[in-house]
Ligand binder design. Structure first.
Ligand code: GRF
Length: 222
């Protein structure tokens, strides 16, 4: 993809869709030279992300595991649903399933996920609760490349915040999500501008920030 082109992005969702909205808002503001060309969900019910996408005239499709006898068939259907939009980047934004071999074979290396912890700590479900249970003082969110594992792919960018003694997992998750809403558009924008290259392994252009600390974007290392 060439720098400054409008990056074609397909977003996979399962629920609320606040990250999808944040990404679209950044695009609308001109901060992210990308276009959400399709939204694919694994469910119709309780998926506000789908309703938002439709309200924005973004093409949507539901690929439910219930309608496929085997996981491999579901994964192949998911790959087709993604592929028909010819995306340059696939974003998992609250997609609550593990993508399979067919999706990885077709789009691997250009699928990113946003996760509400500083990976590799607290992979999997309920990451904010895991952070509270572990008593960590700092947590945050990660945007990483997706591989065959659960939240294990190469880390692209992270954002951190201090855990408040008084807060529960719901409050902590809400604050982490505010960081996600900045970090994800930042990463997508960086890919679109060529500041983050994904081909042949991820590489940030020198000087581009890949870390965010509950404040302005700052250099990850200086
Ligand atoms: C986010 O916290 C993300 O990190 C996790 O699922 C949540 C999705 O939220 N993977 P939303 O649907 O984008 O509001």
């Amino acid at each position: 993809m060439s720098a400054m082109s409008e990056l074609r992005v397909v977003v996979l969702v399962s629920g609320r869709g606040s990250n999808l909205r944040a990404l679209q808002a950044a695009i609308d503001e001109g901060a992210c030279p990308a276009r959400v060309v399709g939204v694919v969900a694994d469910r119709e019910k309780r998926c506000d992300a789908l309703r938002y996408a439709r309200s924005r005239d973004i093409a949507t499709q539901v690929i439910s595991p219930r309608e496929h006898a085997e996981r491999a068939a579901w994964d192949a259907a998911l790959a087709d649903a993604i592929g028909k939009h010819q995306p340059e980047l696939v974003v998992l934004a609250g997609f609550m399933r593990i993508v399979g071999a067919t999706v990885l074979a077709r789009f691997g290396g250009r699928i990113v996920n946003v996760h509400p912890s500083l990976l590799p700590a607290f992979a999997g479900m309920d990451a904010p609760q895991q952070a509270i249970d572990a008593g960590v003082r700092i947590t945050g969110c990660t945007v990483h490349l997706v591989d065959a594992g659960v939240d294990t792919g190469p880390i692209l960018a992270q954002a951190a915040l201090a855990v408040r003694a008084s807060e529960d997992a719901t409050e902590l998750h809400a604050r982490i999500q505010r960081l996600e809403h900045r970090l994800l558009p930042h990463v997508v924008g960086a890919v679109a501008r060529g500041a983050l290259q994904l081909a042949d392994g991820p590489r940030w252009r020198d000087g581009e920030p890949s870390a965010l600390f509950d404040g302005p974007l700052s250099r990850s290392a200086s």
